[in-house]
Write a protein that binds this ligand. Structure first.
Ligand code: GTP
Ligand code: SPV
Ligand code: MN
Length: 592
């Protein structure tokens, strides 16, 4: 399929190591994908869902020990340990290659190795980058065919170039004790062994488009971020674009596809999705910041997705979708997850494949779907996909929003005072952990720019890169922070969230246009209560309640500042002095 020597070399090396019975090159044709689906159906690797209700949709179950990203087993194998920084696991590349080769040696015997040429970004876009993934998993092939652009045309644009990322994946034995997700930034290489789950094995996603790409971006003067991209079309027809970085399972897909409340739709406001997870950002010729979504599909969290919370996401999953670790309704071969409907069907097959009864298992708190169960759905299915989704030069960014899951401390929204202060706001992000990664859930941890698990180099250098990028952008986006997750004394979310987050986006855009005032406080600019539109939710959110959501507790923030200072110590002299100064300013403001 190609005469590219470097590609052939990589494929031959993968094959020599793992000794598969066959090698199949993925050409991207529907015919070939159909053959693979048929094979995977025959072995039970995927289960066909109801063709009338969910045409072209399948269910896949991963091993119960393999249901999320594994941060403890994810490594940045730069030559020097210092270059991986204090927030990444590191191992010497030569040692790690040796270990990985021992693990994968001969492990594709009796299996087929698939070669997937893929493009991150629309083929032909100046932002786009090519990868080649070798894998022994049909599930990976079928998912990559949704999440990225795959096939012959990718090899055509690559030509003889050596500028591609090498992604090696082998399922081996799905042994969690020998699972490794390794990035070699200096070699443009990724190795993933002993997993068959989503983000660990769809190597175009977090491994390439964030860990490797963030490193490439630092060297080449652009940025790879864990951000959604959305467009707000105003009644006058103009569309303004916002990017937002929230940690895993903290609301990116939901915000990217939001349907505005009636008081906005009546006036003609519309929201369009450009991306839901990853943004690649470059400075355009006009000095503005432009964003593309390098992906072609959505790998979204299923639980909580329903007709009310995210009808657009639900509609997106109605055809050509692969569901991973959701529950199966065997009566009609449809899928179910917690939060899809108020009441579960009487009987289901839970995500591990066992019978499940609502009144027995459900009543005992046994979940039918895994909390990190997901759908892989083509972006083109999305009813609100942006007309600019494939725009080769991306969309201009007016605002950058950071946010996390904080029960207290962080207000509903605030604006930073300028770019460097905005970088500070991103760098001090903290959020409660979620089921998207293995480990404890609900523990507050620092997660700068939602990139803690995804930055492919020293995070101090990453902060420096953000500051330097600001200098190159002539028309800097304004930077904000949001928190949809403040809770009351009973632990209930105070802010209704979802579509109602439009009320906050509206304030953000009005701030960008400089048509609305704000109150200055210790941490930045806070909305005046009367400037957040509450039409339609007055019963739920009174001006008093809103005032509470916008209040800064100085004592809590003094503690927060101590925590930031402690966190910053990790970075030693790699911490940009600009951020140190911002921290000093914050402390001074809190003592005023
Ligand atoms: P990744 O794909 O892991 O990067 O996650 P994500 O950031 O795209 O998160 P997603 O939109 O899938 O939301 C994750 C969870 O947060 C779901 O259970 C949602 O129901 C919940 N959620 C999203 N937005 C809101 C909101 O505005 N308020 C509340 N209370 N919950 C929300
Ligand atoms: C995340 O965890 O942020 C995801 C899912 O988007 S995964 O692809 O598994 O990383
Ligand atoms: Mn994500």
């Amino acid at each position: 399929m190609t005469t590219n020597k470097k590609v052939l070399e990589f494929v031959n090396e993968s094959a020599k190591l793992t000794t598969p019975d066959n090698i199949v090159w993925i050409d991207g044709s529907e015919k070939q994908l159909n053959e693979l689906r048929a094979q995977a159906l025959a072995t039970g690797e995927i289960i066909k869902l109801n063709e009338e209700l969910l045409p072209g949709c399948f269910l896949h179950r991963t091993h119960p020990n393999d249901v999320a990203r594994v941060e403890g087993r994810t490594f940045i194998c730069s030559r020097r340990e210092e270059d991986a920084g204090p927030t990444n696991n590191w191992k010497d590349p030569q040692e790690m290659y040796k270990l990985l080769k021992e693990i994968a040696k001969g492990k594709m015997k009796g299996r087929t190795m698939y070669v997937i040429p893929f493009s991150m970004g629309a083929i032909g876009s100046p932002f786009a980058k090519v990868g080649i993934e070798t894998t022994d998993s049909i599930y990976v092939v079928l998912n990559m065919a949704i999440m990225t652009r795959v096939g012959t045309k990718v090899l055509e644009v690559l030509g003889d170039s050596n500028d591609f990322v090498r992604g090696f994946h082998a399922k081996v034995d799905i042994d969690e004790n020998n699972r490794y997700i390794c990035q070699f930034p200096e070699d443009n290489a990724i190795w993933s062994v002993n997993s068959g789950y989503g983000g660990n094995v769809l190597l175009g996603k977090k491994c390439f488009a964030l860990r490797i790409a963030s490193y490439q971006g630092k060297n080449e003067g652009w940025m790879a971020e864990h951000m959604l991209i959305l467009g707000v079309q105003k009644p006058d027809g103009e569309t303004k674009y916002i990017t937002a970085a929230f940690p895993s399972a903290c609301g990116k897909t939901n915000l990217a596809m939001l349907i505005p409340p009636e008081c906005y739709t009546k006036k003609g406001y519309k929201v369009f999705t450009v991306g839901d997870d990853i943004a690649w950002l470059r400075v355009g010729k006009d000095g503005r910041l432009y964003a593309i979504n390098p992906e072609a599909g959505f790998f979204g969290v299923a639980p909580g997705t329903n007709e009310k919370s995210n009808p657009n996401a639900l509609a997106t999953t109605k055809k050509g979708t692969i569901f991973t670790n959701v529950a199966l309704n065997p009566k009609d071969m449809t899928v179910w997850w917690e939060g899809l409907t108020k009441q579960a069907p009487d009987e289901l097959i839970e995500w591990k494949g066992n019978p499940w009864k609502r009144d027995v298992d459900g009543a005992n708190g046994v979940k039918a779907a895994h909390p990190n169960s997901r759908f892989t759905a083509p972006a083109v299915n999305c009813p609100c996909i942006s007309s600019e989704f494939e725009a080769p030069d991306g969309v201009p960014v007016s605002a950058i929003v950071f946010g996390g899951r904080r029960a207290k401390t962080a207000p509903l929204v605030y604006q930073s005072t300028d770019w460097n202060n905005g970088v500070f706001v991103g760098s001090i992000m903290a959020s409660e952990t979620t089921a998207a990664a293995s480990g404890a859930v609900g523990v507050v941890r620092r997660d700068p720019m939602a990139m803690l698990p995804f930055c492919g180099y020293h995070m101090g250098d990453y902060f420096r890169h953000w500051i330097e990028m600001g200098k190159k952008i002539k028309v800097q986006p304004k930077i904000f922070n949001v928190n949809w997750f403040r809770t009351d004394d009973e632990g209930h979310f105070i802010w209704p969230g979802f579509g109602d987050n439009m009320r906050v986006l509206d304030w953000i855009l009005r701030r960008c246009e400089e048509v609305v005032d704000a109150d200055e406080c210790a941490i930045g600019y806070i909305p005046k209560v009367e400037d957040i539109v509450l039409d339609g939710i007055e019963d739920e959110v009174s001006p008093e309640v809103l005032k509470g959501l916008l209040t800064i507790d100085k004592e809590m923030w003094k503690k927060e500042a101590e925590g930031i200072e402690e966190f910053y110590k990790k970075f030693g002299d790699k911490l940009p002095v600009e951020l140190k100064e911002e921290l000093e300013k914050l402390k001074a403001n809190l003592n005023k």
